[in-house]
Design a protein around this ligand. Structure first.
Ligand code: ARG
Length: 314
């Protein structure tokens, strides 16, 4: 059984995140959450995987930025529980370069998974900075060569983590990181990097092992996919959408009507146009909600693009 959030999530604690209060990254987060005064309790349980909890915390922080006040427990539940509507099981040809980021100390792949990533070289993975911020390479593994978290694949150690030097942990600007693997994943197709963006309205493919349950406790073992059209930044920055929060390092994809989106657990994974990596799953207010499409790191941005190339030796 894989839980996605926390035993206790108080609005007091969440508002302290919004104010940028420092908290230690690591296993002590669960203890801090448990100690937080339960002014409003969420029904979410601890995942038992602190890396996943940390990614959820970053997501909550972005949601608070956009609601402009502490969220109630009901809002937190609703926001985190929204499912990827319109997703289906990915087939072998869908983003074959997708990998899973695992917490090395958790034995089962299913329980260990907390983010996605993209193989751009046999020993290089592109992911979101917020997935690995505060984590050391020795605590991580990357699962290559399987679409299933139930069986198959190879767990590979990570020799180094590079986070973009301009990454902003509050706004999620420059949300990109490059992992170098200790061993090469040969025989797996690689993604290339977008140097320009397709026109707004172009359909893109997003994949991941993120949450698919309307009630919050169902993560898939099989990789899922959804087709989402690119949204113009001018539209995405509109006052009823993200109101100026979309920087030149971000790109929006999805439907303003809601209904189809990536979600928690998909972060770091690929948004592609055939084998071209166009975006990296980064954030969103809830999932698949009206006027709140998915936000992705913009791979075509020159600073994002050259960072990846330099680190990967591409
Ligand atoms: N920060 C989330 C990650 O875990 C990804 C959120 C994507 N949200 C969205 N609405 N597309 O896992």
């Amino acid at each position: 059984m894989k839980f996605k959030s926390f035993a206790v999530m108080s609005s007091v604690f969440v508002s302290s995140l919004a104010m940028g209060a420092a908290f230690a990254a690591g296993p002590s987060q669960a203890a801090q959450l448990a100690a937080a005064k339960p002014g409003a309790q969420s029904s979410h349980k601890s995942s038992g995987n602190w890396m996943r909890d940390q990614v959820v915390l970053r997501q909550m922080q972005m949601m608070i930025r956009h609601t402009g006040r502490p969220m109630t427990a009901a809002e937190i539940d609703r926001a985190l529980n929204t499912r990827i509507v319109g997703g289906t099981t990915a087939t072998a040809s869908d983003n074959p370069f997708q990998v899973a980021l695992l917490n090395k100390s958790v034995a089962s792949n299913y329980d260990a998974q907390f983010c996605g990533g993209t193989l751009v070289k046999a020993n290089v993975v592109v992911t979101a900075a917020h997935c690995v911020y505060g984590t050391s390479a020795s605590q991580l593994q990357v699962l290559t060569g399987t679409r299933s978290l139930a069986s198959g694949g190879t767990r590979r150690n990570v020799s180094s983590i590079a986070i973009h030097s301009s990454y902003n942990n509050n706004t999620l600007d420059y949300d990109v990181a490059v992992l170098t693997l200790s061993s090469s994943a040969t025989g797996i197709p690689l993604a290339s990097l977008a140097s320009a963006d397709p026109a707004a309205g172009t359909n893109l493919l997003v994949t991941g092992w993120g949450n698919t349950s309307a009630t919050g406790s169902s993560y898939p073992t099989a990789l899922r996919k959804a087709t989402v059209p690119l949204i113009a930044t001018s539209t995405c920055n509109g006052s009823s959408v993200y109101n100026g929060a979309i920087t030149a390092r971000m790109i929006c994809a999805g439907y303003l009507a809601g209904g189809v989106d990536s979600c928690q657990g998909d972060s770091g994974g690929p948004l592609t146009r055939s084998s071209t990596l166009t975006g990296i799953v980064s954030w969103g207010q809830g999932c698949a909600q009206r006027n709140k499409p998915g936000v992705y790191t913009r791979v075509s941005n020159s600073s994002v693009n050259s960072f990846i190339r330099a680190r990967a030796g591409l």
